[in-house]
Design a protein around this ligand. Structure first.
Ligand code: THU
Length: 160
């Protein structure tokens, strides 16, 4: 038996003002999308905006349902919105933000495991990395250079 250490690296921006200009405007689109989320049950509002290689920005937000598991996360709404309209255009960058009615979210809100898996499918398919930026309602922003930095030892098509 041997132990193997897996490392990942992130970049941390202290505030939204520190972001590169293009990412700042992408994050602003994610905030706008978040403000249109349909989350009457959790009252936890998530927005996602991504920019494609052709310059188009596509957004999504969480959509809840009285039958709880029938709802969907913002990231998957955004990515499926993009991929269903632009099946062969690469995703370059993705921004995520969230707010909650029960607390001020001051820490970056990371995408859930199912969204990481979904995003990894398309990153692998397009053969180029997707930068992921995520934040709460205010405060720090975390950036990863790739979705796979958030999903070590991923399940992918090589196993099928
Ligand atoms: N949610 C997202 O939209 N993205 C995530 O990555 C985590 C959770 C949504 C799902 C649900 O509508 C609400 O946040 C609370 O879990």
């Amino acid at each position: 038996m041997k132990k193997v250490e897996i490392t990942t690296s992130i970049s941390v921006y202290d505030s939204i003002e520190e972001l590169p200009k293009d990412v700042l405007s992408l994050m602003q689109k994610a905030i706008e999308a978040k403000n249109k989320a349909y989350a009457p049950y959790s009252k936890f509002y998530v927005g996602c905006a991504l920019i494609l290689e052709n310059g188009v920005i596509v957004t999504g937000n969480n959509q809840e349902n009285a039958a709880y598991p029938s709802g969907m996360c913002a990231e998957r709404v955004a990515v499926w919105n993009a991929l269903s309209n632009y099946p062969n255009i690469k995703i370059l960058k993705l921004a995520i933000t969230a707010s909650s009615s029960s607390q001020l979210l001051k820490e970056p809100v990371a995408p859930c495991g199912a969204c990481r898996q979904t995003l990894s499918e398309y990153e692998i398919k397009q053969k180029s990395k997707v930068e992921v930026y995520f934040m709460g309602e205010e405060g720090k922003i975390i950036k990863t250079d790739s979705i796979l930095d958030l999903l070590p030892i991923a399940f992918d098509k090589s196993f099928l």
